[in-house]
Design a protein around this ligand. Structure first.
Ligand code: NAG
Ligand code: NAG
Ligand code: NAG
Ligand code: NAG
Ligand code: NAG
Ligand code: NAG
Length: 553
């Protein structure tokens, strides 16, 4: 556990002057010290990023509607910022912790995030968004437990374990950033880690976790890597999939799961085998050369090390697509609220705007860039949201500067921020199609209120709409797009703020594959959006500017 300082507060209070947090919902406080420290996930020492001396960082263990307060001290020599991947931040994009909404925390200073995990349950993670920090740590698990009065569609597990897996580069974040800045490709990862370690299999490995024979455990598995899809499996133990990114799923058993970058799955595993050690295995998918990492799961009072019979990963991406097709929303289970997930009938919603995003890899002035519909995103020094709030958006970016459909021919890729202007309406929906052009697999993080997803292969055509799953596709916030294929998602435009849609393939994200959606409160009302927090960091052109008048109540 991290440094959980205090768990509840009796008083209702106002954080900042106008940011009203709901009365009565408990507070959890964390103080995080971010430092460099030597770590060696693959046996090679690397300058890593630790939080309170931990790598991976501490777990945040919260419950639906908790107010989470995290005071982050940046003791690095570079600006630093963390995002809460999958947290909806309703009416409160101020806390999203991406560079389009927040200034990075300058070295040697601290900044306090205040956010509520309103109406959410499930398994998430946090990670740094600055520089290439994510490559060397600063990430960890974030779980939101159900409130006691909300039924959960399985028995309480004996314990709850978080597993962060990811590809790993021994070069360190400074060298990786230099490679990308100079217009080159990151190349292949050096290996894979499981919770920052790799078991050697020499009989001396410490177990990651311990299980008692006969009991059932909950494992939350997240891919916090940079670019590689990983297949995760337990030696000899099936995994019952129960939840993904806040949705209860239909509970199927899987021998292995493909976990794409940025995605989290919750599975139940029953310790029903001969008591001894077993391996968990993560191996790369869709790479020319396979890299594998193992970890040890120990049975209490078990006898003997793990068998050397390592389960093999599946082959080819068609397997992955077929597995994706088996994921279904459990329509009768309740997620964060008492009403069943299925009572939100998304299939009947009318679409108000359709946007197709297509990505391309290009050389711009001799350097590699990734573009969306002809524009490659660059991060301005003034966060987009602050520029908009302070009324100086026109100095920083242009709205709707990419076409809603990808141009058939791109003459020259431009480098600028990308911001789509959307209208806030309770029922308006955006339908977004992400089409991949280069032969590669990608994961996209969509807006925090996105709902259903369809992933297919081949060329999209309007008739494909007939085959969309309009009934029980799982609501989540990431989607993978297979080679030469497309994914369709539906986003509900009910959460005012500035929201990032990004490639989770981190080199592409760094080199331009992201956009923002601006959803403004038409009458600047706090009913739609919280005010600029009192203690918000300012930077760029808004630094020193007088604060605009607050939103009206
Ligand atoms: C996480 O929070 C839940 C609910 O408050 C509690 O039951 C559980 O013991 C906590 N787990 C850890 C590891 O702190
Ligand atoms: C920095 O930390 C101090 C001490 O914990 C706290 O009082 C202060 O509010 C923090 N500052 C910010 C901007 O979060
Ligand atoms: C779906 O959830 C319901 C209600 O909690 C539960 O009874 C049922 O077993 C679940 N169905 C599947 C297929 O997982
Ligand atoms: C969608 O549009 C149709 C046709 O215009 C209309 O009949 C229907 O009521 C609309 N549905 C919703 C949920 O707004
Ligand atoms: C954004 O779109 C709305 C209509 O949907 C329009 O009224 C508004 O002027 C647009 N804002 C900008 C800055 O383009
Ligand atoms: C502002 O607009 C919202 C809907 O977007 C509405 O609910 C609210 O009443 C309006 N507030 C004011 C002060 O006009």
């Amino acid at each position: 556990m991290g440094r959980l300082m205090l768990i509840s507060m009796l008083l209702c209070f106002w954080a900042g002057s106008m940011l009203m947090i709901e009365c009565g919902d408990p507070y959890i406080f964390f103080e995080w010290h971010v430092t460099y420290g030597t770590i060696s996930p693959l046996g090679v020492p690397v300058k890593g990023i630790l939080i309170n001396n931990e790598f991976p960082g501490p777990n945040i263990n919260s419950t639906t509607n908790n107010n989470v307060v995290v005071n982050v001290f940046n003791n690095l020599d570079e600006p630093f910022l963390i995002t809460w991947h999958g947290i909806q931040h309703r009416k409160n994009s101020w806390q999203d912790g991406v560079l389009g909404t927040n200034c990075p925390i300058p070295p040697g200073t601290n900044y306090t995030y205040h956010f509520q995990v309103k109406d959410q349950i499930g398994s998430y993670m946090y990670y740094p968004v600055t520089s290439m920090h994510k490559a060397v740590g600063g990430f960890g698990g974030l779980r939101i437990n159900s409130r006691p009065q909300i039924p959960v569609p399985y028995d309480p597990p004996a314990d709850d374990y978080t597993i962060m897996i990811g590809d790993w580069f021994n070069k360190g974040h400074v060298a990786l950033k230099k490679i990308l800045d100079s217009g080159r490709n990151l190349g292949r990862a050096d290996g894979v880690h499981i919770n920052g370690k790799v078991a050697k299999g020499d009989g001396k490995d410490e177990p990651l976790f311990t299980m008692e024979a006969g009991k059932t455990y909950r494992y939350r598995i997240c891919n916090a890597g940079l670019k590689t899809s990983l297949n995760f499996r337990f030696q000899g133990h099936p995994m019952k999939l129960v939840e993904m990114e806040g949705s209860h799923t239909v509970q199927n058993d899987y021998e292995s799961l493909d976990v794409h970058v940025g995605q989290c799955y919750t599975v139940l595993v029953t310790a029903g085998k001969e008591p001894r050690d077993y391996y968990v295995v993560a191996s790369t998918r869709f790479t020319k050369r396979e890299a594998t990492a193992m970890g040890i799961i120990r049975y209490q009072n078990g006898k003997g090390g793990p068998s050397s019979d390592i389960p093999k990963p599946p082959v080819g991406w068609a397997w992955s697509l077929n597995q994706f097709r088996t994921f279904r929303w459990n329509l009768t289970a309740s997620a964060a609220r008492p009403n069943p997930q299925g009572s939100y009938k998304y299939g009947g919603i009318n679409i108000t705007r359709t946007i197709t995003l297509a990505n391309t890899a290009e050389k711009v002035d001799g350097k590699l860039r990734y573009a969306i519909n002809g524009v490659s995103f660059v991060e301005p020094t003034t966060p987009l949201k602050l520029a908009e709030y302070y009324g100086v958006a026109n100095k920083i970016f242009k709205y709707d500067n990419i076409p809603d459909e990808p141009p058939t021919k791109i003459s020259k890729v431009t480098l600028e921020p990308i911001v789509l202007n959307m209208t806030h309406k309770a029922l308006s929906k955006l339908y977004l199609r992400i089409v991949k052009r280069p032969f590669n697999l990608g994961t996209w993080m969509a807006m925090h209120s996105s709902l259903w997803r369809n992933v297919e292969i081949g060329k999209w055509s309007p008739e494909k709409r007939m085959n969309y799953n309009l009934l029980d596709a799982v609501s989540r916030h990431t989607i993978q797009v297979f080679p030469h294929s497309w994914a369709a998602i539906l986003i509900s435009l009910d959460n005012c703020g500035m929201w990032n849609i990004r490639s989770e393939i981190w080199d592409r994200h760094y080199l331009g594959q992201q956009i923002y959606i601006s959803l403004l409160s038409p009458n600047r009302s706090v009913r739609d959006e919280y005010n600029l927090p009192e203690d918000v960091m300012t930077c760029g052109v808004v630094e020193g500017m007088p604060r605009p008048p607050p939103f009206s109540s």
